[in-house]
Design a binder for this molecule. Structure first.
Ligand code: IMP
Ligand code: MG
Length: 336
């Protein structure tokens, strides 16, 4: 029984949502609770025929047995939250910590109207930066002050710690990626908070001694949206030639694509305290691996890539995603 944190190792959009969904079906957690900044995060989740762009609800919602929580560190936009809850039909099992700070319309206006945030940094325009400013200034509203959220209010930290005490499995879901951490990323081209595993634990009120595993998700071909340095970026022509074209879930901007960055992977794994590496998009390295579910069916090219990644990360790769569907994954964690 364990408490597992899942975080992004590069610049976000590593496919954490899919990894969380897989771990959830496998480990059957009683609670999936998210940390991270707020609705600037976008998870594309495929459930049946429909594709959702989720920004507030934990991406683990696809696993129907878990209680879904939003930790006190997270910014909540009530409009986005209530819309998603209704669309996904999760009203009976989702909860918000009473201390979450609220994103007001004014925060969104500021985020979009400010040249520095909107143009230079290339923010998502979802109000997160300005809302965190008000939180630090101690003038923000909290979730418990919002009448429309009354049905969802709880003490997430208490719930999560009690679940751990009972010996249940818990997943703490990160958002964003290591490279846009306010503390460790490519400042000033970063988001308005740390994004590392320690922050995700803190967002949920879980002490460092209670974490059993930190799964750091790395994309075989990392991507970045918005401005800022990207050491291994390839040209747009190159990525299009490789057939890799991606768009941001929240902003619909075309994502910048790069090749594997071993140095960044090592540093990110170190700061996150990575115990298990997860690699997504291995089918971009070798299309023959698409949809494969056992390691023995990986090609030599893919195996060589994984071996190099393990050397860079300094931890075993326990999860290899071979396609977008939740079932398209190799899970080696039991063999580690
Ligand atoms: P903000 O978080 O909206 O202030 O945006 C700051 C920077 O972080 C911009 O470059 C955004 O594109 C980036 N960013 C924020 N959230 C995410 C995310 O969930 N995935 C990828 N990039 C993000
Ligand atoms: Mg995303």
């Amino acid at each position: 029984m364990s408490c597992t944190i899942v975080v992004g190792g590069f610049f976000g959009d590593e496919g954490k949502g899919k990894i969380v969904a897989h771990i959830a079906y496998h480990d059957r957690p009683s609670i999936i609770s998210r940390g991270g900044v707020g609705p600037n995060a976008g998870h594309t989740v495929k459930a049946g025929e429909r594709e959702y762009g989720i920004r507030m609800v934990p991406s683990g919602f696809v696993y129907p047995e878990a209680r879904l929580c939003i930790g006190s560190g997270v910014l909540v936009d009530p409009r986005v939250f209530l819309r998603e809850v209704e669309e996904l039909g999760v009203a009976d099992r989702i909860f918000i910590d009473k201390r979450c700070s609220i994103i007001e319309e004014e925060h969104i206006r500021k985020d979009r109207g400010d040249t520095h945030l909107a143009k230079t940094i290339g923010s998502t325009g979802t109000g997160c930066g300005p809302a965190n400013v008000d939180r630090v200034m101690r003038v923000a509203r909290q979730a418990k002050d919002v009448p429309e959220l009354a049905d969802f209010i709880t003490d997430v930290a208490l719930e999560v710690n009690e679940a751990i005490n009972r010996g249940e499995n818990v997943i703490l879901e990160g958002t964003q990626g290591f490279g846009i951490s306010l503390y460790f990323g490519t400042y000033p081209f970063v988001t308005s908070k740390d994004t590392s595993a320690s922050q995700i634990a803190a967002d949920n009120g879980v002490g460092p001694t209670r974490i059993d595993d930190v799964v750091v998700v790395f994309k075989a071909y990392p991507t970045r949206v918005g401005e800022g340095p990207f050491g291994t970026e390839m040209t747009r022509e190159e990525s299009h030639r490789l057939g890799i074209v991606e768009y941001g879930t929240v902003t619909h901007r075309e994502r910048r694509i790069g090749v594997w960055d071993g140095e960044m992977a090592r540093y990110s794994a170190m700061i996150n305290g990575c115990t298990v590496g997860a690699i997504t998009g291995i089918d971009h390295i070798d299309p023959d691996c698409f949809g494969v579910t056992t390691a023995d069916r990986l090609s030599k090219k893919a195996r060589d890539f994984i071996e190099q990644a393990e050397e860079d990360i300094g931890a075993p790769v326990g999860l290899i995603s071979t396609g977008p569907d939740v079932s398209q994954i190799i899970d080696l964690r039991d063999e580690l």
